[in-house]
Design a protein around this ligand. Structure first.
Ligand code: SAH
Length: 355
């Protein structure tokens, strides 16, 4: 099988080239073409033809195909459905904020974490994404949309810490000065709390933001809606967060989707405040988004207000996440994998308002 050259770092491409009897300096040229979106060795015009042929024989290159592109009429959010090399398809979202464009990337085809309120886990996990496939989500979202990407959130389909090695390699690629060169401080990684990976992550000493999808401050509620809590528990999660913060000095962000009658009582707010303070975490409240297969409803405005007041009065730093792309189902928890064996071709669709 041909090697996936886009998943390789410059030093590794160099080794490959040296093994082929080629000079080292070519590696940087190849890397830089790849990271500008070139997906045909013949377009690498500063390489001798003999080298282009060797590369073609040895390495595979694939260009993800846009199966569907939806543009929100409410806020300009774009949602892409990409066809991957094996016919699977994942979604990517491009959002516009005052501070720049943020891309939300998927890290797996499907998800096995089973959160009761999330669309991404319906149908389970199919496979991990390769580093090159995650990179292409960023690169081709930027190229297709013409919007320069300044921030990345690993908050699409999948659990990034369940695909640890590929996600770490993706970060090294996207952060590389000769590639897209996106700074770690502009990257957030979100996890449902796979604490056995926190130490590994802390040891890499990346300057990224770790977001923890908490959604409930007590085991009874959390285990009910997040199977990942069973056998781990909130106390162990807080301990892991504390260690992470101590080691990296980077504040953690708790994501908390407000679900009517499930996690939005005063008791939940008080306990959440206590935990957030104990690990100096910032709390990001997300009004629950609609997922057709799920019975949950978002908290009422009144409950949200009361909840926020308790957090603020306890001295917790709290923000409410803006809902973007809701008319194209591009909001948190609404992304889902698709199987698209028969290609639908490229279609652009503009959502109707208030559909
Ligand atoms: N698996 C990782 C990455 C997904 S990030 C994680 O769990 O963090 C997507 C975020 O949206 C997570 O915080 C997730 O819990 C949240 N989410 C899932 N379904 C949602 C819904 N219906 N409404 C609002 N947020 C939701």
């Amino acid at each position: 099988m041909k090697k996936d050259i886009l998943s390789l770092l410059p030093g590794e491409i160099e080794e490959e080239l040296v093994a082929l009897g080629e000079p080292k300096f070519r590696a940087e040229q190849v890397f830089s073409w790849l990271h500008r979106g070139v997906r045909d060795f013949d377009e690498m015009t500063n390489l001798p033809r003999s080298l282009r042929e060797k590369l073609r024989e040895r390495f595979a290159l694939y260009r993800p195909k846009v199966l569907k592109k939806q543009v929100s009429q409410l806020d300009g959010t774009i949602k892409y459905l990409w066809e991957l090399r094996d016919g699977n398809a994942v979604e990517t979202v491009v959002m516009q904020y005052k501070h720049g464009n943020t891309v939300c990337v998927s890290s797996q085809v499907g998800c096995r974490q089973g959160c009761a309120f999330c669309a991404s886990t319906i149908g389970g996990l199919v496979r991990n994404l390769e580093p090159s496939e995650i990179l292409d989500e960023v690169l081709f979202s930027q190229l297709d949309s013409g919007r320069e990407i300044s921030n990345i959130v690993l908050m699409g389909i999948g659990e990034p810490l369940d695909n640890f090695d590929n996600v770490m390699r993706f970060l090294a690629l996207v952060n590389h000065p000769k590639g897209l060169n996106i700074g770690m401080r502009h990257i957030s990684l979100s996890t449902c709390g796979l604490i056995e990976r926190f130490e590994d992550l802390a040891e890499r000493d990346l300057q990224l933001t770790l977001s923890v999808s908490l959604h409930a401050p007590d085991d009874e509620t959390r285990s009910k809606i997040m199977p990942a809590n069973r056998g781990r528990g909130v106390e162990a999660l807080m301990e892991a967060c504390r260690k992470y913060y101590d080691k990296t000095g980077r504040r953690i962000s708790f994501e908390y989707a407000m679900i009517d009658g499930v996690n939005d009582t005063e008791k939940h707010a008080r306990l959440l405040a206590k935990e957030a303070k104990s690990v100096a975490a910032h709390v990001n409240l997300i009004p629950l988004n609609h997922v057709e297969e799920r019975q949950f409803k978002p908290s009422t405005a009144g409950h949200m207000k009361a909840f926020i007041r308790i957090l603020e009065e306890s001295g917790v730093n709290v923000t409410v996440r803006r809902r973007l792309g809701s008319d194209v189902d591009a909001s948190c928890g609404q992304l889902r994998r698709k199987m698209q064996k028969s290609s639908a071709g490229s279609a652009e669709e503009t959502a109707r308002e208030d559909s």
